[in-house]
Design a binder for this molecule. Structure first.
Ligand SMILES: *Cc1c(COP(=O)(O)O)cnc(C)c1O
Ligand code: SF4
Length: 330
């Protein structure tokens, strides 16, 4: 069996090869050499295998296929390069300290998949790539502020790091006595479930901090029996499993898709956490669900599911102290 690094290395790196694999006419995507494609196509085979052959409207394909040249170009009114103003909260190299008690540690600069809706697609990751020395400086920043009780490994995708590097990071964080929780936000195990290795499970389950993994799944079709087996093992080893999704037009802006996603996650030991309204990032306008549509859909989801299977619908507003619930409850 291939390990996750081998699967990753065999990923599709242009739209034409992916479409050919799926028996879809390549004219449905931007040409591979289109000048607007500053954010390259990257899709693991494991995810492509979950797409419906011949279906240009497949919800998994839609997340990764560059289709609108105007959407890929950086001049859409109301859309910005850094919609969350994160470049300003970059207090120390590799750290985003925006919310009370929690810091994001940007550990890896790449992902296993390039999602067209990504709000960080224009973020200057190269500039945030951490050397070992800078990792130690970031840990010193956390050690110097005893209001920080949770460290969130973010990216890029933190699970792009090797298990050895993750073990080093976790042990560095554990030495800081005021940090009680370590959280990993990742889409990698969703698109390549083999990333949930026994070694990773051991690192997380044996930590003296409480550990959690927040998966980024948008559609139930992304989840397979392979996910179920590995996620249940991880959960049973003591790691809290949560999921966050982005509400995306043409992908999951539908009552039965959202309810099935929550129910399927629960069979795998994962609780829904957040449903994000899509950020207005250049290149992603065709994914935006209007506020009114989102609110109406969300109320239907609440009607349909037990409370613990309803993710919180939120949006990030630059400068606000937490993600803002929507619709605002009186
Ligand atoms: C989402 C986010 C967090 C974590 O917020 P929670 O509500 O604790 O999940 C922390 N920092 C940043 C910059 C975030 O975007
Ligand atoms: S950060 Fe998340 S949404 Fe953005 S490209 Fe990577 S996996 Fe996709």
């Amino acid at each position: 069996m291939q390990d996750w690094q081998q699967i990753l290395a065999a990923s599709f790196r242009d739209a034409s090869a992916l479409l050919e694999y799926l028996d879809i006419d390549a004219r449905h995507a931007l040409p591979d050499d289109h000048p607007a494609l500053t954010f390259p196509v990257l899709v693991p085979v494991t995810l492509a295998n979950q797409m419906q052959r011949g279906d240009i409207n497949d919800p998994l394909l839609r997340q990764v296929l560059p289709i609108h040249s105007e959407g890929e170009l950086p001049d859409m009114p109301g859309f910005s390069l850094d919609p969350l103003g994160e470049q300003d909260t970059n207090v120390c190299k590799g750290i985003i300290h925006k919310y009370h008690g929690r810091v994001l540690l940007l550990t890896a600069t790449t992902c296993a998949i390039n999602c067209r809706y990504c709000f960080r697609r224009h973020f200057d990751y190269k500039d945030n790539r951490l050397s070992r020395k800078q990792r130690l400086e970031a840990l010193s920043y956390i050690a110097a502020d005893n209001s920080i009780s949770e460290v969130i490994l973010s990216g890029g995708d933190p699970l792009m790091l090797s298990d050895e590097t993750i073990a080093e990071l976790v042990s560095g964080i554990e030495k800081i006595s005021h940090v009680r929780r370590i959280r990993i936000h990742s889409r990698l195990p969703v698109v390549i479930p083999q990333r949930l290795t026994q070694k990773l499970q051991d690192i997380l389950s044996q930590s003296n901090c409480q550990t959690s993994l927040v998966l980024h799944t948008n559609h139930g079709n992304e989840l397979t029996p392979e996910h179920k087996e590995r996620l249940l093992n991880l959960r049973n080893s003591g790691v809290t499993l949560l999921n966050q999704s982005v509400l995306l037009k043409g992908v999951n802006d539908d009552l039965s898709i959202l309810t099935e996603l929550s129910e399927k996650l629960f069979t795998m030991g994962v609780l829904p956490y957040y449903l994000h309204l899509a950020d207005k990032v250049i290149g992603a306008h065709h994914f935006v669900v209007s506020d009114t549509e989102a609110a109406a859909l969300y109320l239907q989801v609440r009607e349909r599911l037990p409370g613990y299977l309803v993710p919180q619908l939120v949006r990030e507003i630059p400068g606000e102290p937490y993600k803002q619930p929507y619709p605002v409850m009186a």
